[in-house]
Design a protein around this ligand. Sequence first.
Ligand SMILES: [Zn+2]
Length: 88
Amino acid sequence: MVDVKKIKENVSKVTNRISSSKLPTHKHCRICGTSISPSSDPRVCKAQDCIDQHEKNTRNEKQMRIWMFIFFGIFAFIFLSSILRQIV
Ligand SMILES: [Zn+2]
């Protein structure tokens, strides 16, 4: 006979273990992966290398976003002008 109660117990144990290991109250540094406190913002540890690298990354991200907007604008312009040409 299969002991359903025991199986359920084991399942709940396993799921508890998974959820507890999934929700640890800490974050990891975006650069080196060291555990840091969850309240730290930006998500980097206190090492100067990581802070510098994070600053560089955010600057690059901003620049990338600007370029994305420019390219999107160009594509939108080409797309719209081709549609307008088809209509006229
Ligand atoms: Zn770090």
